[in-house]
Design a binder for this molecule. Sequence first.
Ligand code: SF4
Ligand code: SF4
Length: 356
Amino acid sequence: MGSMKQKRRKQALKQWTEFQGQHDLSDDDAQLARQTGFTLKRLQTLLLTGGSDEALSVPQRIREIHRAWQENVVARKAAMDAGLIEPKKKFPNKDPKHDPQWAKAKQVCRLNMDDIRKAKELGLSPRALIKNVPGPSQQWKAPVKVWIQELYEKRVHSRGASSDQENAESNDSQKVGESGQTSSSKHKADHDSIVRDWEQNAQRNDDENYEFLRSLKIREYGFEPDALAAELHERAFQIIDCTLCANCCKTKRPKFDESDVERISAHLNMDESELIDTYLKPNPNDPPYNTRQMPCPFLGEDNRCTIYDVRPTVCREYPHTNKKDLVFRTRGVAANSLVCPAVYWIVEQMKHQAGQ
Ligand code: SF4
Ligand code: SF4
């Protein structure tokens, strides 16, 4: 048993050393990375997705991640001291029968176990449920049980619609952007109004949105940010037609890593060096490469990605709003809301849900 532990420790140490070497981190920066307590996998994801400023080098991003982590620790402590949030339990007991908060919500809101299950899937907290119990003068307001049911049905319905659409479009692989839904005329009005709203207001609301995103670290709004953002991401890309936008492909220089180069050059039947010489340039701040040109040289005239099936990972994952740890990527999300109408819409919807 002891030797197994030792083996695992040695392996972890080796991985950390490789990570430090790969990113050319000083011992101090490596120490900062380890201090956060994040796993290497999580750090890699944050490095890949968290760059609000493309000019930042990896060590600078590590410092940024550490700073955000530290801010979060301090803010959570202050919020706990002020009684705004509960301390995190190390081994939370998910069973409402044994979790006093869920037990209270179950009793106060007159819920059964199925309602509790649905509320959890929706990312609702016990406090949010209790807060939504209709008061004596709120006859118009549905009981919490009904409210959960309605929200849950909407989500199931929207998932169904999404997979129907995916099935219908599975042969149409020429899409752009992270999700890249193709046109659907029934959503066109929604698409247009979202884009218009983004054009008119994204810049103006930039500071406010950044402040709101930062507040997600410390304030309880009655929803779990990652769960809500992922749900809104799914809805946004049912409405927004990336082929009418392609703004990310026009205004950002996507990162190409070694595996992207290998995959894309094979797809284009080119040598890797030829692909690099023709389209890419080294990026010392975020190695290894990004595109020489902007708009992206692989963007077709019809706004579709000409290498869609093999596009770089960073393009596949853009705009990252369905990934974990949104509260650690607030700068990146705020910056992306200026580039991507979907991100702006998601942030606005989150503000709305938070009562702002
Ligand atoms: S900016 Fe957003 S909405 Fe526009 S193409 Fe890119 S992912 Fe799609
Ligand atoms: S490779 Fe270029 S065109 Fe294709 S999705 Fe990425 S940025 Fe857009």
